[in-house]
Design a protein around this ligand. Structure first.
Ligand code: DGL
Length: 271
């Protein structure tokens, strides 16, 4: 049985979910957060669906064992296979949040950038078209390298120049030739380099699903009577199957607050 002081679980293939943690800490500072980043297996976006489902179930079990009251799937790629991952608490999908935010806009042409897996699933175009009251064109672009580059490049001028080269390679066509009215950042790693995207494409409206996710989470906690009533600010406990030092550094670079610990957790073995 969920109780209000239990933590909120946040999971991703890597540090991308930090963009979601950031929005949740801003909107719901009293909540305890438990983060799992599967650094050993990133990028998920280039795996097949069976592998992604197995890896996702492993993380779901981790969260279930720690009795989180709500689970934020802060990974668009996993969100595409959510119907195959069961858990007993309410689950929030990054793709649903991004599609909800895009469908509300009064625009004609929506761009979506995502991992290759999310792109191939067509979930974003289908959801946005189904939910939008207008006739909207959705252009989707799958980026094979961007999440991995972001994961390892924050704070490094050399790395960030590779990120920006890659952004240009992936986005120029959609933004400069197709002239999309907005761009959904359909991988949670991408909001972490939103400043670079804004600099490369001034005036392009960016949609960060994390903002919508945090808002939907707050509504759910209020509605279900699950908001943490404790007066003091909540902590953030991070687990990773990757490099603990790197995760601690990235958490600082992203500006996450009240990190109570960063610990290693053994990765699932892939045959
Ligand atoms: N951050 C993840 C997403 O939102 C995926 C990055 C990856 O592992 O490929 O899709």
């Amino acid at each position: 049985m969920s109780h209000s002081t239990a933590p909120i679980g946040v999971l991703d293939s890597g540090i991308g979910g930090f963009s979601v943690v950031k929005q949740v800490q801003k909107l719901l500072p009293g909540e305890e957060l438990l983060y799992f980043g599967d650094g050993a297996h990133i990028p998920y976006g280039n795996h097949g669906s069976e592998t992604i489902v197995s890896l996702a179930r492993y993380m779901f079990q981790f969260m279930e064992a720690r009795e989180v009251k709500v689970l934020l799937v802060a990974c668009n790629t996993i969100s595409c296979v959510l119907d195959r991952c069961a858990t007993s608490c309410p689950v929030f999908s990054a793709v649903q949040a991004g599609a909800d935010a895009a469908a509300r806009l009064e625009v004609d042409k929506v761009g979506v950038i995502s991992t290759v897996f999310t792109h191939n699933s067509r979930v974003y175009p289908q959801k946005i078209a189904a939910q939008s009251p207008r006739k909207v064109v959705v252009l989707s672009c799958g980026c094979p390298d961007l999440a991995r580059l972001v994961e390892h490049s924050l704070g490094s001028p050399q790395g960030m120049s590779l990120v920006e080269d890659n952004l240009r390679q992936e986005l120029d066509h959609m933004v400069l030739e197709e002239g999309v009215d907005c761009c959904v950042l359909g991988c949670t790693h991408y909001p972490l380099v939103a400043d670079s995207i804004r600099r490369l494409y001034p005036g392009l409206l960016l949609i960060d699903p994390a903002v919508e996710m945090a808002r939907a989470l707050k509504d759910c906690l209020d509605r279900e009577g699950l908001s943490n009533p404790t007066e003091r600010p909540g902590g953030l406990s991070i687990y990773t199957t990757g490099d603990v030092e790197e995760y601690a550094l990235r958490a600082r670079q992203v500006g996450l607050e009240r990190v109570t610990g960063v610990e290693f957790y053994p990765p699932m073995g892939l045959s």
